[in-house]
Design a protein around this ligand. Structure first.
Ligand SMILES: Cc1ncc(COP(=O)(O)O)c(C=O)c1O
Length: 444
């Protein structure tokens, strides 16, 4: 049954072989694909899940800290949300006219999100980011964009990274990047042809020196719109997202992931005078924009989050993992080499390059965590139904794995201890964005 304690992943490997013949690449979501997991050790396909746990196609069970790469905020198979989806399914999925849930969801968002004078509903994060950029260009009559963070696969953004093949040079030149917490780096890019500044309010590093307010001031003075990309912060750091948490109201904001517990839906919120351009010559429509199962899931998820104060619970669970990890790193004299950082609701484990190759260290920890029943990608994306038992088991695993890391580093043999190809970085170059970005970008 056992493979020296590592899970047997025969069915995963068989599926992967079939996929490799016809799927280029085999994955639709980078963070779920083989480049992000130690080959030969990690499972490749998950079949089912419940609460904070997943089961792979070979029947192995893991505690999951990836949570569908963000959307699973309440937990897998969460009854209240699933019941809402099932009830809507009985009435239908997609219709030939508008659906009442579009109005109901928009009213709920209008009540919760500070800047939501107006709301658009769509399917994916990249889509609403692009819509926000287009609306900003129409509103200002300008063409340039300045960004900080990850904003999806569309041309205007991905042209700033090393994976920009297929994007015309003329398009690439329209977008510049700036560095988080470095206001001077924004100033130097903020020319009078900039339509908008789009940024993630935070990734893992907290804003310093009133950074977000300073960004807002600069945008106002320059006549550029400010867009918050709240894909990760929205409904997680507070129900009303980073806007509510920091008390800063951007002109536009975009949301996806956490607010529908796994269903595909995204939102653009913002100033009425900007959004009204969509009623005229700015085009942003799609077949599945008002698909009803996702809207039913969103309403049920948001109501549950409000009733149970889910952001507070996520922070409490995340803090236990963060503090626990850092205490263990100190116990094994690894505090200068590895740390768990970020806002409590979603943290990252970093490895210091001065001690060795961070991707080798990450791969080794992943391999050993998987052996101990934890599907580990270097993050704690916690959900509402991760239990105290899950946390205890995770910290117990760290308590076993970190001394192995320390020993492997001391003997300089980590790379030899890896049982497969290590994990890879997503981008070789990401413009000016902060250094944790490459690890963060692994999430796509
Ligand atoms: C901050 C941020 N913006 C935009 C996106 C793109 O969203 P999607 O993958 O749904 O297109 C992501 C995806 O992870 C994201 O994290």
């Amino acid at each position: 049954m056992s493979n020296s304690g590592y899970p047997i992943i025969e069915e995963s490997n068989k599926l992967f072989q079939r996929a490799s013949k016809i799927m280029f690449p085999v994955t639709q979501t980078m963070a779920k694909g083989p480049s992000q997991y130690v080959n030969g050790v990690a499972p490749k396909y998950i079949k089912r899940a419940k609460d904070g746990h997943v089961w792979d196609v070979d029947g192995n069970e893991y505690i999951d800290y990836n949570m569908g790469i963000g959307p699973i905020s309440l937990g897998y198979n969460y009854k209240v949300v699933d019941d809402a989806i099932i009830a809507q399914l009985k009435d239908g999925i997609t219709f030939s006219l508008m659906h009442p849930l579009e109005v109901e969801l928009s009213e709920l968002i209008h009540e919760i999100i500070p800047n939501a004078e107006g709301i658009r509903i769509a399917k994916t994060g990249a889509e609403v980011c692009s819509a926000a950029v287009r609306a900003s260009r129409a509103f200002t009559g300008r063409s340039k964009v300045v960004c900080c963070g990850y904003h999806g696969w569309h041309d205007w953004y991905i042209g700033t990274t090393s994976r920009a093949e297929g994007i015309p040079q003329e398009v690439r030149e329209l977008t510049a990047t700036f560095e988080y917490n470095n206001i001077e780096s924004l100033k130097s890019k903020l020319t009078e042809d900039v339509a908008c500044v789009i940024l993630e309010p935070f990734i893992f590093e907290a804003p310093k020196n009133d950074f977000l307010r300073e960004v807002q001031k600069l945008c106002k003075a320059n006549g550029s719109l400010l867009i918050f990309d709240e894909m990760w912060t929205g409904f997680r750091v507070a129900i009303g997202g980073a806007q509510e948490y920091f008390g800063i109201t951007p002109d536009l904001a975009v949301y996806s992931k956490a607010f529908a517990n796994g269903m595909p839906i995204a939102l653009l919120t913002g100033r009425k005078d900007v959004l009204q351009h969509f009623e005229r010559d700015v085009f942003f429509y799609s077949t599945f924009g008002g698909e009803a199962l996702s809207m039913a899931a969103a309403i049920a998820t948001i109501n549950e989050m409000r009733t149970k104060n889910v952001p507070q619970e996520l922070a409490a669970t995340g803090k236990k993992l963060k503090d626990g990890y850092n205490a263990l790193a100190a116990k094994y004299e690894l505090a200068s080499i590895t740390a768990c950082t970020g806002f409590d609701c979603r943290t990252i484990i970093t490895f210091n390059a001065s001690a060795g190759d961070p991707l080798i260290m990450k791969s080794f920890v992943q391999q050993e965590m998987i052996k101990r029943g934890i599907l580990w990608g270097g993050f704690h994306n916690v959900c509402f139904t991760h239990t105290q038992e899950d946390i205890d088991m995770t910290l117990k695993a760290y308590d076993e794995v970190l001394p192995l890391l320390a020993d492997g580093l001391k003997k300089n043999e980590l790379a030899f201890l890896l049982r497969g190809k290590p994990v890879e970085a997503v981008f070789r170059k990401v413009g000016d964005v902060q250094k944790s970005f490459n690890e963060k970008a692994v999430l796509k």
